[in-house]
Ligand binder design. Sequence first.
Ligand SMILES: [Zn+2]
Ligand SMILES: [Zn+2]
Ligand SMILES: [Zn+2]
Length: 517
Amino acid sequence: MRAQLEGARREGLERQLEEQLLDTLIGRAIFPRYAFPMDVVSFWVSKPKWKGDPAYKRSFDYEPQRDLQIALSEYAPGSSLTIDKWRFKSECLYSPYAPDVRLTLERAQAYVACTSCGYVSLTEESESLAACPCCSTVEMFKHRFITPEGFAPDMNARRDIDHGQGPSYAGRTTRAQLEVQDPPTMWDAQYFEHRLAVAARPQNLVVVNKGVGDRGFLVCPDCGRTEPVFGPGFPYSVLMQGGTPRRHHHPLEVGVFCDARAVGPYYLGHRFPTDVLLLRLRFAAPVVCPTADTPGRSGRPGRTALTSLVEAIALAGSRILQIDEGELAGNWSPVLGGGENEVYMFLYDLLPGGAGYTRLVRDHIEKVLEATEVLLAGCDCESSCYRCLRHYGNNVDHPSLDRRLALALLRYLKNGQQPALSQNERQEALTWLLQLARLKELHATQDAPRNGVIVPLVITRDDGSEVWVDVHHPLVDARAAPSLVQATAASHFVEFCPLDAFTLRHDLPRAYGALQL
Ligand SMILES: [Zn+2]
Ligand SMILES: [Zn+2]
Ligand SMILES: [Zn+2]
């Protein structure tokens, strides 16, 4: 059998024989998926071949390994990395253990995710969804994803010396996501008048790299050459030219060309079972934590609050368990039918196979939440810094961490305390809108007395009509909790516009648009 195999297949077999993996090979023929450690992959840098070398002989200069979750960012085709002072660009999917990329493509799985609320499903049926089952958004990410067995540079590419460049990325992996699912029938414990419920259980999580501009990756099924889909951020395609396939170098053979047509686009992804601590958060009106963008309201404050709180809990949890920061990670997901009143957060440990940390966090959840509150309240930064929420492991999320929103969310969960703004915060939040209104030569007055109330902002149109603006906490639904200003405006038939402090600070055009001037 060995003599009948050719090319890449023979190479793979020789490699396995060399490493005395014959037993595994036999096992793999029967159980193709489970016999290999799937969570670690390499970046294979082939040595140049010599004339007279047998076609199946291949050896490597370098073969660094990475956990697949990280490799999906660092080794993804299109990204560059430095190994031993050399600069390499990843250009194909390759592993000597699984040299046939077609098999990787055959195992592609469905990935359907809402662009708005965090809904994710990997079921085949979800591909026919016309809208998000959680928030009804019509736009969904729908691409199949493949799980690479390894990556490699193009052997034909010149080796450049590293000049101190950092790694460059072709898309980054998402935070781990939890598939939306039926809720557990039993929770392990409930706290704080059922605002919090917890359950530790094994779950599948998924991470994907959607490529540059979320456009996915094209893969040549013959030679394994892979690249992000052409467009802004990736303007040089090797596989395609003007929409037609282009002859390209076989990345694993020197001077050999490949004429095959690339297929895709695919996301690169990894679905893995791990121990998860699920936390169900419940809100009662007027407190809300919407994650979806709807015409009347942005989901960004809700998403920011949840991401920040789960990061804080992971950090506080790892300190209580005395493990390294970043060994616990987490994210949140919407609940099917939960609307704005229910959401899940989850924690998982990043050690392959799980180390039981999530159960320990569950057993000490009240202590962990105490420490979380101390962590969030004990800083004086505006939104986040290295003394509170930031660490190297969450650097991608630094711009979207907000300790004060997380604290408001946590204090509501623990004490039922409705989030509120101080007089000072209210005034601060209006600063930029006031400036903008004046730039547009509108008459705007802050803290104006009207009919016995102080209106935080009054904008007067040229015709003399007024719009009264009040500011509320982003985790409070203004419609469910009318302020005194709102009630007074209603009784005097004055136009009224409630704005939340987060949108005023982070999305001024949206806030201005809501005034409908
Ligand atoms: Zn959605
Ligand atoms: Zn090819
Ligand atoms: Zn801070």
